[in-house]
Structure formats: C-alpha cells, structure tokens
Design a protein around this ligand. Structure first.
Ligand SMILES: Nc1ncnc2c1ncn2[C@@H]1O[C@H](COP(=O)(O)OP(=O)(O)OP(=O)(O)O)[C@@H](O)[C@H]1O
Ligand SMILES: [Mg+2]
Length: 247
C-alpha cells in the first residue's frame, strides 16, 4: 500500500537559493515521522510546499494517492492535511477560546465572523482540546498575552479542532520548558495512538524526535542527506558531521 503522503523529487528555488533539491520521502499512515537538519536546510520550505503555500518548481506531492501539488491551501486543509508554524499564527487580540472557534470557521465557512454561530458542542470541543494541551485555565486570556511556549500549545490545540488526518508540526517544542516538553511528547503520542492522527514533525530537540519518531529524514543544504530509524540516524556519520556533531 502506498504511504499517506508521498513526496517525490520535489524542488523549490527562492531567487538563487535552492531551498529544496529533489526531495523524496514518504509518511506512512498512522506513523510519526521526523524531519531534522541544520538551520536553513529547507525543512520549513518543504512543509510549506506540501500544504500548498507556494508552488513547487518540480516533483510530485501525493496525499492518499492523489496529486495535491497544484491545490490551494484551503483545498488541502479540507483533505485533513494541516500544519502548524514555526512562528505561531494566532490572533493575539482574541482570547484563546475564540482562537479555537475561529479555526473551525476557517475550516467550515472560510469566514472569521461566524463566532456567534458556534454550537455548545463546538465550545465543549474547544474546551476539551484546551484542557488537553493544559490551557483550559487560560481560555479567556488574550492569546497575545500567552507566553511563546503557550502560544505553540494553543496552535497545536487549534489544529486539533480541525480534525486533521495528517498533522505537520514545525518545531512544536521550541520555547517549551524542559518539564512541559515531556508532557507535550506524551500528548503528541496520544493524538497519534488514540485519535490516529499521523504526525510529521520538524524538531531540533534530538531527545524529543528520537523519542517520538519511528523514522527520521535529515536534510542538509536543501538535499536529503539520510533517513532511517532513530538509532540509524544517531549513528550515521553524514548526519553527525552535518548536524548532530554541532550539538
Ligand atoms: N520566502 C523565501 N524567500 C527567499 N528565501 C527563502 C524563503 N523561505 C526560505 N528561504 C530560504 O530557503 C532556505 C531554507 O529555509 P527554511 O526556512 O526552509 O529552513 P529550515 O530548515 O526550516 O531552517 P530552520 O531550522 O532555521 O527553521 C534558507 O536559505 C532560507 O533563507
Ligand atoms: Mg524552519
């Protein structure tokens, strides 16, 4: 059976910069797959290409067996393929609960002025996800007043509101303190095991990604340098030289 997400020979150039060169990888349904690599190696660019934020310059991106590389972001999101951002994208002037409800509006209506139409069930759902990420007590606080780490957790909860099938997380633990990181790893494993959400995770924290992922891809200078199990990646001299050695 083919994988849930198949990236084949994908390239992306920004001006003269080759951000992604001929990248081929696969994310099987139900898996947690990692994406690592030095700063500027093209990880975020690849995520943006997959969710349709920009056109790719070559290659193919298939989701559930269908080509999605020419679809728009909203069309791809409707298929259940969602991402979070390295720099969070929340509405700072609205409270956490409204941020959660607005993420449903985006999905179902494509409009943001639908707050009054949300049902008690949707508010319950929002509360449940806020509780899940540990932000229930903050639900009436302006999202802009959350710490950066809390904003990352809010963004994770907002993504869950949209019932993703494949959730791509860009550095989910950046800015999260060491004690909370263990809780977040646990939550990511739970959404994968209990809700069945496939995860594709960019992460610089090696402890986190080695713990989470069954398979890891490593980029360097826009190219796929290596891939393998956490143990294989840990012992791969190319990865050590290009990335891990610097840690
Ligand atoms: N919109 C853009 N316009 C021009 N260049 C870009 C753009 N987006 C990314 N780049 C360049 O593409 C390369 C890859 O960037 P990208 O953000 O994908 O790296 P990354 O692996 O996510 O790095 P980090 O670990 O620092 O987040 C970099 O050289 C970057 O400067
Ligand atoms: Mg990045």
């Amino acid at each position: 059976m083919s994988a849930l997400l198949e990236v084949e020979g994908v390239s992306k150039v920004f001006g003269g910069v080759i951000a992604n060169a001929d990248i081929t990888l696969a994310v099987p349904e139900g898996a947690i797959v990692g994406l690592i690599g030095p700063n500027g190696s093209g990880k975020t660019t690849l995520f943006s290409s997959i969710v349709g934020q920009h056109a790719i310059d070559g290659g193919s991106i298939r989701y559930e067996g269908s080509e999605i590389s020419r679809l728009r972001v909203a069309e791809i999101a409707r298929l259940g393929l969602l991402r979070t951002f390295q720099q969070t994208r929340i509405y700072g002037g609205m409270d956490c609960l409204k941020n959660m409800l607005i993420s449903i509006s985006h999905r179902r209506e494509g409009l943001i002025d639908m707050l009054s139409r949300h049902s008690a069930e949707q508010v319950d759902e929002a509360d449940r996800h806020l509780e899940f990420v540990g932000l229930y007590e903050k639900r009436f606080l302006l999202a802009g007043d959350l710490s950066f780490g809390q904003q990352k957790l809010l963004e994770f909860a907002m993504a869950l509101m949209n019932g993703p099938k494949l959730l791509m997380l860009d550095e989910p633990t950046a800015g999260i303190n060491p004690t909370l990181i263990n809780g977040l790893i646990d939550r990511l494993k739970r959404v994968n095991e209990e809700i069945g959400i496939t995860l594709f995770v960019i992460e610089h924290n090696m402890r986190v990604i080695m713990d989470l992922a069954q398979h890891i891809y490593c980029l360097a200078h826009g190219e796929l340098l290596a891939d393998g199990t956490p143990d294989e990646i840990r012992g791969d001299n190319r990865v050590i030289d290009a990335y891990l050695g610097a840690h």
